[in-house]
Design a protein around this ligand. Sequence first.
Ligand SMILES: Nc1nc2c(ncn2[C@@H]2O[C@H](COP(=O)(O)OP(=O)(O)OP(=O)(O)O)[C@@H](O)[C@H]2O)c(=O)[nH]1
Ligand SMILES: [Zn+2]
Length: 392
Amino acid sequence: MPLSGFSDTPQAKFKSQGEIYNMNVTSNDQLTAYGWNEEWQQTLAAQEKPPRECSPARVVAQFSHSYNIMTPSGIHSAAVTGKFEFLAAKRGDYPAVGDWVLAEPLPGENRSVIHAVLPRRSAMVRKVAGAVIEDQIVGANLDYLFIVTALNQDFNLRKIERYMIAAWESGASPVVLLTKSDLCPEPDDFAAQVEDAAPGVPVHCVSALTGLGKEALEAYMRPGVTIAVTGSSGVGKSTLLNWLAGQSLQLTQGIREDDARGRHTTTHRELFLLDNGALVMDTPGMRELQLWDAQEGWQQAFSDIEQFAESCRFRDCRHEGEAGCAVLEALNSGELDAKRFANYRKTEKELAHLARKERSSAAKAGSKGKRPRSAGKAERRPIKLLDDMDYE
Ligand SMILES: Nc1nc2c(ncn2[C@@H]2O[C@H](COP(=O)(O)OP(=O)(O)OP(=O)(O)O)[C@@H](O)[C@H]2O)c(=O)[nH]1
Ligand SMILES: [Zn+2]
């Protein structure tokens, strides 16, 4: 009984390296529930055929040396092949939670080996500082990133702007949730401020206490849609997830256990399938998103400023007193908020700092792209990239 997607049930045909293979993975309910669809089917069709009988599977949890993946025959424990490891040039090449992989089941076992990772649609990336700065994928193939801020002392536009950079850079669609609306007399005023700071991004006021905003959020929770939640500690992410799930999810903290031989128990999930069909991702790294070298994302996050900049007389205007600078003009006229501009500057400086550090560590690492021994065997210990930023 082949478990493989490359079985001979003629569902969809695809061509690869001059051969035609038959696929029946779309008929697999389990994979469909985890987000497999026609588009992924096409992505798969464009891949080289793996050397062995493989089927698609989705990574639902990541440990230091292994993964849990959802396969057509249920959850398997999995590891990448030796060849994969040999070919992986950097940490980001390894599977991450949310990835679709091509996995070969081992006969008679609930284990598989991973041959390949399908190209990601989106990825939340975090720069991890070490001897070399590396990309760590904290979550792959997200549809929405819920950026959560509480309507109390936590509320901080500058912080939201930073999260927005990460979201734009990832390819996931950001949605801002203002939690604990019940504690705030005028939640809509805050929502309006966010809308100004994040043009075009949906903003919802919610309260787990009163039920405010639940309907709006349910609109995102469609079958097969993958959602992650990020925001500072205590803003109500767990409460929100449980509330949306209508059940108490086993959330990341405190449930990672080792057995006597130092292996992880296999019950652990970081990608949850909810009753409403949506998938919620809750990885440790996702909760601690900070800031990265995110050139594109950052321009989008500050698109209002970039827009002013387009009218600057000089294309390479630094907005530091040059003649005909439209940004400084907007600042003077009050059209551009001074605080927002200050944050733009600060972010720019930090990104530059990071880029310099990266260049110098790359230079030290020497020979082209050679990866350090430990790469990919990601320690899950959170590593803070920059000191806690003092948002003003
Ligand atoms: N008043 C009010 N309190 C809330 C609401 N949502 C969450 N809380 C409370 O806020 C506190 C923190 O909530 P959590 O859900 O644990 O916050 P978190 O963001 O998951 O925190 P970490 O796990 O540290 O990242 C808890 O005491 C919740 O009861 C809300 O809508 N209204
Ligand atoms: Zn200018």
